[in-house]
Write a protein that binds this ligand. Sequence first.
Ligand SMILES: C[S@@+](CC[C@H](N)C(=O)[O-])C[C@H]1O[C@@H](n2cnc3c(N)ncnc32)[C@H](O)[C@@H]1O
Length: 208
Amino acid sequence: MSEGFSAEWLALREPADHAARDPGLAAAASAAVGERRVQRVVDLGCGAGSNLRGFAPKLGPRQHWTLVDFDPRLLEAARAALTRWADRARAEGDALFLEQGGRRIEVAFRQVDLAADPAGPLAGEVDLVTAAALFDLVSQDWLARFSDALAARRLPLYTVLIYDGIERWAPPHPADAAALAAFHAHQAGDKGFGPALRPQAAPPSRRR
Ligand SMILES: C[S@@+](CC[C@H](N)C(=O)[O-])C[C@H]1O[C@@H](n2cnc3c(N)ncnc32)[C@H](O)[C@@H]1O
């Protein structure tokens, strides 16, 4: 079972995560959704909602996001962080209605253990599946089952932030080696999906 991710740590890395994104890939993902009255996105392993904050500005004026995570603390953190991020926010039952930068974004929160149920969140009306910093935590077997479910539903996937094993530290610091070793040890921990792919999740051309 996962040792859990801290909302504080996710908040600390969010600006760097957003800055690291490939604008071309985001534009392609946005184009894949196409023009719809409401664009429906499912974000897997949503944490505190960083992926919505990073990608919603690239989508159209009306969006519906389903945020999926198995950690109820992080789903609550996502609700709070999105409420702070939006120009206006209104809760209605379990849903959150946001206005941000001229966009209207409805957000649903679902507590799901993706390890047990990779296909469940893909059911229903979905235009795009997203995930940030998730696929290096999953196992080969899980990824195969998830990919089959995605292909069966012919859904586009936009995923970012997979560690490909390439690391550069700037400026150098004596603690770099210890920090890297701790990072690798954390990545190797079982997150509930079986043996984690770690850098093997990235395309071979990008791997070290
Ligand atoms: C590295 S964090 C990334 C969070 C967020 N996407 C971001 O970019 O800030 C991985 C996320 O996957 C979630 N997660 C891990 N195992 C899961 C599982 N079995 N089912 C659902 N979510 C899971 C964690 O709770 C955590 O929120």
